[in-house]
Design a protein around this ligand. Structure first.
Ligand code: SF4
Length: 437
């Protein structure tokens, strides 16, 4: 493969959870912990299949997501980490993040993670209000989250993220009595949660609006009138208040839902938002991989998006079958993908899709879309491709032009305005190709 120096990030999906949370539509499964040992075998086998193809590419970031990666026992994680180092060219300073549920870890576990080389931890705290946590079916309390945070610092973690969810409508007055009083209570609860998070002083905060996903318990409860639907206006007010409060506390917003101390951006997620390349391993893990020709304009080359089968059982079986078949892909990703039984689809990305993804993902970032970088990557100026949409969105006050970025990005940039961040999807849908090619 002609990608010897092009970085490749790794995403590892651990699909197990203790309980399914009311709002969750991630690829996660409760009560399947018995599958963890065979799953780890399959994961390591999948790494060994990929190793000859991507071994020469430096790996700057690894992200263990889920599911609940912190349900993985330390000896199993040690095996995964050893296989990672064996199969891939992890950079010495690679960022290695693991998502942890505060209901699943203790002091020794966190120390063990640090000893294994995990250097960034992301706690799914969601709220510091026990009533809200209960309504979400979270398995932990606010006190658990506070304890975990302290243990993580004691274990030596210098990079901690807290995930929080705003716009939780639980315990509010019924819809018919819904009024300023209920909204004030919800706003005050959210403010108390964010104040508690700020008081802890994490390096990074991710704030997500509660969304109702089809097929979840929450969607079911809302349909039957057992829970109120989230209130978009209230969520917008919470988002606005949070942005101002976090700025005063010294956090810089760098993406629609993410804030950090200077220099503490999640490097792994920046790879996604800059439409870079990563390999996903594990059930349901998606990947973006391909060949990047170096030098010359418009030589992005062919890239592919593909994903592994969602079901953990099928993933284990199919990786076993693939490994048993003894594939010799000759170091080529397309040949390997064609023989991997766990891969459920492979979508080549035509230039139109790559350009749209690059523009949309870049606009999620406060730094926005670099006009020069886009032109270098695709051989066309973004104004040439999207001029009419940019003009329309600028006239509506959703997009703006800016000069160099304080972080050193030079040249003209196109970015969302403050108002545009609330209405980002209005902009994004207009950038999509009419139909996938
Ligand atoms: S812990 Fe996370 S992945 Fe698991 S069910 Fe809850 S929200 Fe979903």
């Amino acid at each position: 493969m002609k990608n010897a120096r092009h970085p490749l990030s790794l995403y590892i999906h651990i699909p197990f959870c203790t309980l399914k949370c009311a709002y969750c539509d991630f690829n996660s499964y409760a009560k399947l912990e018995d599958l963890i040992p065979p799953f780890v075998e399959a994961l390591i086998a999948e790494m060994r299949l990929w190793s000859p193809v991507v071994q020469s590419r430096p790996v700057p970031t690894v992200f263990f997501g889920g599911g609940t990666p912190s349900l993985t026992p330390l000896p199993e994680l040690a095996r995964i980490m050893a296989a990672l180092r064996d199969c891939f060219a992890l950079e010495p300073e690679a960022e290695i993040t693991l998502e942890a549920n505060p209901g699943t870890v203790n002091r020794d576990y966190l120390r063990g993670l640090a000893d294994l080389g995990v250097n960034r931890i992301s706690f799914g705290v969601q709220s510091f209000d026990d009533g809200e946590l209960k309504a979400l079916d979270r398995i932990h309390t606010a006190a658990d989250a506070l304890r975990c945070y302290r243990w993580a610092r004691e274990a030596g973690f210098q990079r901690v993220n807290l995930d929080l969810i705003y716009g939780l409508p639980f315990d509010s007055p019924s819809a018919s009595r819904r009024a300023a009083q209920g909204e004030r209570v919800m706003m005050e609860r959210w403010q108390a949660t964010l104040e508690q998070a700020i008081a802890l002083g994490p390096e990074h905060l991710s704030l997500y609006a509660l969304t109702v996903e089809e097929g979840t318990k929450l969607a079911h409860d809302i349909e039957r009138g057992r829970a109120p639907a989230p209130d978009g206006d209230l969520q917008a007010a919470m988002y606005e208040w949070s942005g101002e409060r976090l700025a005063r506390a010294g956090y810089r917003q760098y993406e629609i839902s993410n804030w950090c101390r200077p220099g503490e951006e999640c490097r792994h997620n920046l790879v996604y938002w800059r439409n870079g390349q990563w390999l996903g391993l594990g059930p349901g893990a998606h990947s973006h991989l391909g060949r990047k020709e170096e030098g010359g304009r418009g030589k992005e080359g062919v890239t592919y998006r593909f994903a592994d089968v969602y079901s953990p059982r099928q993933y284990i079986e199919r990786v076993r079958e693939t490994a048993a078949a003894g594939i010799d892909a000759g170091g080529a990703a397309p040949a390997l993908l064609a023989s991997m039984r766990q891969v459920t689809f492979v979508d080549p990305q035509p230039a139109e899709l790559q350009m749209a993804d690059t523009a949309i993902l870049a606009l999620r970032l406060n730094e926005g879309l670099s006009v020069d970088a886009f032109a270098r990557r695709f051989g066309r100026s973004p104004d040439d491709v999207y001029g009419a949409v940019f003009a329309e969105m600028t006239a509506l006050g959703l997009l703006e032009r800016a000069g160099g970025h304080p972080d050193g990005c030079s040249g003209e940039r196109i970015r969302l305005t403050d108002r545009g961040r609330y209405l980002a999807n209005e902009v994004f849908v207009r950038l999509l190709p009419d139909q996938p090619l």
